[in-house]
Design a protein around this ligand. Structure first.
Ligand SMILES: NC(=O)c1ccc[n+]([C@@H]2O[C@H](COP(=O)([O-])OP(=O)(O)OC[C@H]3O[C@@H](n4cnc5c(N)ncnc54)[C@H](O)[C@@H]3O)[C@@H](O)[C@H]2O)c1
Length: 268
């Protein structure tokens, strides 16, 4: 691994107390990036930051933030700048899911998922871009990276609101790429499929509660058998290389793209 590949990149990453966000933050710092770990789970954010600082190379700070609040997004950007001098990358990863069949969706389910997954992404992008614009254009682009999903592209019957929220992440990626290009900011994203994280472990149980699956682990097995070309589920380590590419200079000439890392689900 090139330990200086991401040197000079100061990255705000939301939802990095655990799951894919934590794995990515650690991986970025191993390659020289400085990272601000923003999460509503303050203890988990601290843990990720401590793991990074114990390893050396890139540095980390932890910030308690609720991504759905504009002020928290602004404060996380400010903390990144205060700690590292400027912000170069915003990676909007915080997200959640709570499955419901279409006719069972209620306002609470809708508001919770849309607010965390989509509205918060817009807030994070806007507050980050505001600071980048203030810093002024560079020879290389600032980067915004959004986390989508296979649900950004497939109508999955058990998670309609999640799909709506993640189609929204794709729209924010496209619209952001167009709107922010003149300021020297690129906007891309990546879209995982099934990744074994705390989110999926909860989803696995919730799918039994709504009557879609009968036993734990069945959802994994069904998806691997029926939808994936690569016949296994994935882990955060499967995602981190693409995430690192998108925050690195190797992707400088890309904007408005959502890369699928889903074992071939999206082509089915
Ligand atoms: N796990 C999968 O299979 C999968 C597949 C496709 C896309 N995704 C997406 O990847 C991203 C990361 O998912 P994960 O599986 O690592 O999830 P996870 O549950 O392991 O981690 C999500 C993190 O987001 C944080 N978070 C939630 N609400 C927040 C809020 N209001 N403010 C601040 N932080 C908040 C949580 O505390 C947690 O640390 C999400 O956007 C998710 O939708 C996950």
């Amino acid at each position: 691994m090139d330990q200086s590949r991401l040197k000079g990149k100061n990255i705000l990453i939301t939802g990095a107390a655990k799951g894919m966000g934590a794995a990515n933050a650690i991986h970025f710092a191993e390659q020289g990036a400085n990272v601000c770990i923003g999460d509503i789970d303050e203890a988990g954010a601290q843990e990720t930051a401590e793991a990074i600082n114990a390893r050396g190379n890139g540095r980390a700070i932890a910030v308690r933030m609720d991504v759905t609040k504009r002020a928290d997004n602004a404060a996380a950007v400010a903390a990144t700048v205060e700690a590292f001098g400027e912000i170069n990358v915003g990676l909007f990863n915080a997200g959640l899911n709570k499955p419901r069949f279409f006719m069972d969706i209620d306002e609470d389910n809708w508001d919770m998922i849309m607010t965390v997954n989509t509205k918060a992404m817009w807030l994070g992008m806007q507050e980050t871009a505001r600071q980048m614009i203030k810093q002024g254009k560079r020879d290389y682009p600032y980067k915004i990276v959004n986390v989508g999903s296979i649900a950004s592209r497939k109508p999955l019957v058990d998670v309609t609101v999640y799909c709506t929220s993640k189609y929204g992440c794709l729209a924010l990626t496209h619209c952001g790429a167009v709107a922010l290009a003149e300021h020297g900011i690129t906007v891309n994203g990546y879209a995982p499929g099934v990744v074994v994280t705390p989110l999926w472990e909860q989803l696995d149980k919730d799918l039994i509660d709504i009557g879609f699956k009968e036993r734990e682990g069945q959802a994994y097995e069904d998806i691997v058998r029926d939808a994936l070309q690569i016949k296994r589920v994935s882990y955060p380590d499967d995602v981190k290389g693409t995430a690192a590419f998108l925050v690195s200079s190797d992707s400088d000439y890309m904007t408005g793209q959502m890369i699928h890392i889903d074992g071939g689900w999206c082509i089915q």
